[in-house]
Design a protein around this ligand. Structure first.
Ligand SMILES: *[C@@H]1O[C@H](CO)[C@@H](O)[C@H](O)[C@H]1NC(C)=O
Ligand SMILES: *[C@@H]1O[C@H](CO)[C@@H](O)[C@H](O)[C@H]1NC(C)=O
Length: 325
């Protein structure tokens, strides 16, 4: 007498599962459709976004669309062993982490230039923290705080001081792996939706490839978040020639294989993806005429994708605090 009831319950359960599955797929397709729409509205990728946009213009756009309460900047410092020989041509043959009073190393240079640029550009409080990876203790599976227990500071100078103190005691190792620290960015972005978090990975080797599924997966998760971005700054000998080529390929993989024909026509709930990672070589900006020039060029290269992301985020966030537009 009980069996029909059991069958019936199983039936209902099965139906619920199928329904869930169907719903989820619909949501996925909608997300893709919205992403395609955003491609029409917003220039995408390194080819479409103008290289020529003046720094002043980028500054203005960031100031008018940055509606987050705070900016968290996390400097991720690469302590892999390759730093020892990656300064052969560009740092007088010394290890890129060598610290000397008169000859500041590329990591120090990048942190101080970026700190100045951020402080000039962002119309909000900036909190800095820093983590190292690729050393003997964390290798490719974790990262460690460069400053005390990882707390945040109001000035990038504190990060520089801490880096100076720390770097002498770190044993370089490797391999270089960005995924753990990118995971940190994702969790911080998810935990503080009203703040913007930027991870700046400074590294001597571009250890990213569009074939690395783990990395592509993390970047895809990242692309869901309007309030985070990843900058990878290459320092030392490189080679850095293929940086934007790699970025382009990874972008294609991250936003992979969208078949326009299979898209449903209507889209109610908007779910968009953000093109929020960017690779820049620091060397390109060390040869300019003067300091101001260098910083303008560097700032432009580093931040040129951000206005697009901020506009996109701004338009899709109903809870934004600063009414504008
Ligand atoms: C680096 O290596 C030396 C020698 O093996 C060791 O004494 C030191 O504790 C290591 N430093 C760190 C930060 O692990
Ligand atoms: C891809 O990433 C994983 C871990 O995230 C790493 O172990 C592996 O070596 C990487 N593969 C390539 C081809 O870079």
């Amino acid at each position: 007498m009980l069996w029909p009831l059991v069958y019936y319950l199983f039936g209902i359960f099965g139906f619920i599962l199928l329904y869930e599955y169907y719903q989820r797929n619909i949501a996925k397709q909608k997300a893709l459709l919205d992403f395609l729409r955003s491609l029409d509205t917003f220039p995408q990728g390194p080819l479409a976004i103008s290289n020529k946009k003046p720094f002043e213009k980028i500054k203005q756009e960031i100031a008018s669309y940055f509606y987050f309460q705070r900016l968290h900047v996390i400097f991720g410092v690469d302590f892999s062993a390759s730093n020892e020989w990656q300064g052969l041509k560009t740092f007088n043959g010394q290890s890129l982490h060598t610290t000397q009073p008169k000859n500041i190393n590329p990591y120090q240079k990048a942190i101080s230039q970026l700190g100045l640029i951020f402080e000039e550009i962002f119309p909000c409080k900036i909190k800095y923290s820093s983590f190292g990876f690729g050393d003997e203790n964390t290798k490719d599976y974790s990262f460690f705080p460069v400053v005390a227990s990882g707390e945040e500071f109001d000035s990038h100078q504190k990060i520089l001081d801490a880096y100076l103190k720390q770097t002498e005691h770190v044993n370089l190792s490797g391999p270089t792996e960005y995924t753990p620290i990118i995971q940190k960015l994702i969790s911080q972005g998810t935990l503080s939706p009203r703040d913007f978090t930027m991870l700046v990975i400074i590294t001597d080797e571009l250890k990213v490839s569009s074939e690395n599924k783990t990395l592509v997966k993390s970047l895809r998760t990242l692309a869901n978040l309007p309030n985070v971005c990843l900058l990878v700054i290459g320092v030392g000998d490189g080679p850095w020639g293929k940086l934007s080529y790699e970025e382009h390929h990874i972008r294609e993989e991250v936003f992979a294989r969208i078949d326009k024909k299979k898209m449903p026509k209507e889209s109610a709930q908007s779910k968009i993806f953000y093109d929020n990672f960017h690779f820049v070589s620091h060397n390109n900006f060390l040869v300019k005429q003067d300091k101001l020039d260098t910083e303008n060029y560097f700032g432009r290269a580093v931040l040129r994708k951000l206005p697009t992301q901020l506009k996109q985020a701004y338009r899709h966030d109903e809870h934004r605090t600063k009414p504008q537009d």
